[in-house]
Design a protein around this ligand. Structure first.
Ligand SMILES: [Zn+2]
Length: 80
């Protein structure tokens, strides 16, 4: 059995003050971490979407035939 004031002791069923605090602290840190991961992913997705639009505009301007090919593929997928 692990020491009091640990999450494993809390999960084993101990609800003394140090074990409860250990569990609360752990959950708080876990939530903060997953929230910052979500924020990071949102930011990455925004940047990737913007970069994709820029790439599309560039291709449309510099290589209209390739652009048409992408439009054709996208149209096929839309209908699928
Ligand atoms: Zn305890």
């Amino acid at each position: 059995m692990s020491e009091h004031g640990t999450t494993s002791r809390y999960h084993a069923g101990c609800r003394c003050a140090p074990c409860t605090k250990a569990s609360t602290d752990y959950m708080r840190a876990y939530r903060a971490k997953s929230k910052s991961a979500t924020e990071y992913n949102k930011r990455y997705n925004r940047i990737a979407a913007k970069a994709s639009r820029m790439a599309g505009q560039h291709i449309k301007k510099t290589n209209p035939e390739l652009w048409q090919e992408f439009v054709r593929i996208a149209t096929d997928r839309e209908q699928a």
